[in-house]
Ligand binder design. Structure first.
Ligand code: FES
Length: 150
């Protein structure tokens, strides 16, 4: 008859070997409702993230007051609009209707050359379709004489 102490040790080993698999199964179940983001992407959704903060986009003087400038950001193009001397906003220049790059603001209005949608020249809010939503905001700020991601 086997030694009861030895049997307990063997059972303990079997449980120990089975437990990691059980834990892995539990872990898989726990993440099914909220899968992790793909590696290397901070956000692949159009949530308005301009990528890392503090990245210099351009000199403030390059952004005309009352209009704007499209620059290369760390995560794609950014439309910088400057409604006032010390006020700059960042917008995704990709039209939400069919993906055409919008024009810089003129007389307070951003117009898409694709099909004529119009957006507020400061906020990017929708003024006229066929687009059904406004332009996505991208956080930027003035830092000294530059415009940087925020
Ligand atoms: S792509 Fe901009 S209005 Fe159609």
């Amino acid at each position: 008859m086997p030694d009861p102490t030895r049997r307990n040790v063997v059972c303990g080993l079997l449980i120990g070997l089975a437990a990691p698999g059980a834990l892995a199964a539990c872990s898989t179940t726990a993440t099914q409702g909220n899968p992790p983001a793909p590696a290397g992407s901070s956000s692949s959704e159009n949530t308005g993230s301009g990528g890392p903060s503090g990245v210099t986009l351009t000199k403030l003087s390059d952004v005309p007051v009352g209009s704007g400038l499209i620059v290369a950001g760390p995560s794609g193009k950014i439309l910088l609009v400057r409604p006032a001397d010390n006020e700059v906003h960042g917008l995704d220049p990709v039209c939400p209707h069919a993906g055409v790059t919008v024009a810089v603001p003129k007389k307070g209005t951003i117009t898409c050359p694709g099909h004529g949608s119009q957006f507020d020249g400061s906020t990017g809010e929708l003024r006229k379709g066929p687009a059904t939503t406004g332009l996505t905001k991208i956080p930027v700020k003035i830092s000294g004489d530059s415009v940087v991601t925020a």
